[in-house]
Ligand binder design. Structure first.
Ligand SMILES: [Zn+2]
Length: 292
């Protein structure tokens, strides 16, 4: 947590405020908690960003990416797409990180505030992180390309054929394979369980034992579940940590069918209860009757 739908919701939440704005000031908030990593370091991060213009807010798997260019070196009528990228801020929320445009859930866990200026109108968004495991990295275009190379095809873009290629090569359980970010980008523990339940495939199946039909169903459910979760602005679990940019709860937790439902009667078959097993140190939830 947060996974692709939550990160996509964060991107969409700050995009209207950030796109086209100049970063007037980067403020590291006074925070007495464990400090979050800022790479290369706080001084260079601030120096490398202040004064630049945000051309685009996008996403690579479970990271928010803020693309920056230097507007001062170009004539006013130059199209942003024609101007070279000066740097990219890559924000990885990890466990409890959030991007907010509204007031944060607590003031004690505010980390970094990006003060913006859009046609002389000030605005801002901030990074908030309760546990402090999130990271902020200022990358060069080359470093950003390297990052994209290391991550598999985005879960919303991957084809049946691409999933089949890596499944045929490994006997690891399909649940574990879906979490491997070098093969497919964006799926985490929560959505992997929900996707496999809807695809009616056991999380313990060796990936290379799956039929073409099963792989097809998995690809379909990846799309359906993630897009539905984005429409619902992500999942806010019992701990209440995940919030939208406006500091509101997501809604997809009300659509979960198996995640964190150990012992509940399966909603599909009404015969078996949902079981919890541990795979690669992570909890998996499934119905042994519906998933084969
Ligand atoms: Zn069932």
């Amino acid at each position: 947590m947060p996974e692709l739908p939550e990160v996509e919701t964060m991107v969409r939440g700050i995009r209207p405020v950030a796109t086209g704005a100049v970063v007037s000031r980067v403020e590291f908030c006074r925070c007495t908690r464990r400090p979050i990593p800022v790479i290369p370091d706080r001084r260079l991060f601030r120096k490398g960003i202040e004064g630049l213009t945000i051309s685009e807010v996008t996403r690579v798997a479970k990271r928010i990416c803020i693309i920056l260019y230097n507007n001062k070196h170009h004539s006013a009528n130059a199209r942003p797409s024609a101007i070279p990228i000066a740097g990219i801020v890559v924000i990885e929320p990890r466990m409890t990180g959030l991007l907010l445009t509204a007031d944060p859930p607590t003031t004690a866990h505010r980390r970094v505030c990006f003060h913006l200026n859009q046609n002389s109108t000030p605005s801002a968004f901030e990074f908030w992180d309760r546990r402090g495991l999130g990271t902020l990295t200022l990358m060069t275009p080359e470093q950003f390309d390297d990052l994209k190379q290391r991550i598999g095809r985005d879960a919303l873009e991957i084809s049946v054929q691409e999933i089949a290629v890596f499944c045929h090569r490994t006997a690891r359980p399909i649940k574990v394979v879906l979490l491997d970010q070098s093969l497919i980008g964006g799926i985490g523990n929560l959505y992997a369980s929900e996707i496999l339940f809807r695809a009616a495939v056991s999380p313990e199946r060796p990936a290379n034992s799956l039929s073409d039909q099963e792989i097809h169903r998995i690809q379909q459910e990846i799309q359906t579940v993630l897009l539905d979760a984005i429409d619902n602005e992500g999942s806010t679990l019992g701990d209440g940590t995940y919030r939208t940019a406006l500091n509101q709860e997501g809604g997809f937790q009300n659509h979960h069918l198996v995640y964190d439902k150990e012992g509940c009667l399966c909603s599909r078959c009404q015969r078996q209860v949902i079981q919890r097993i541990v795979q690669a140190q992570r909890s998996t939830f499934f119905c042994s009757h519906c998933q084969r």
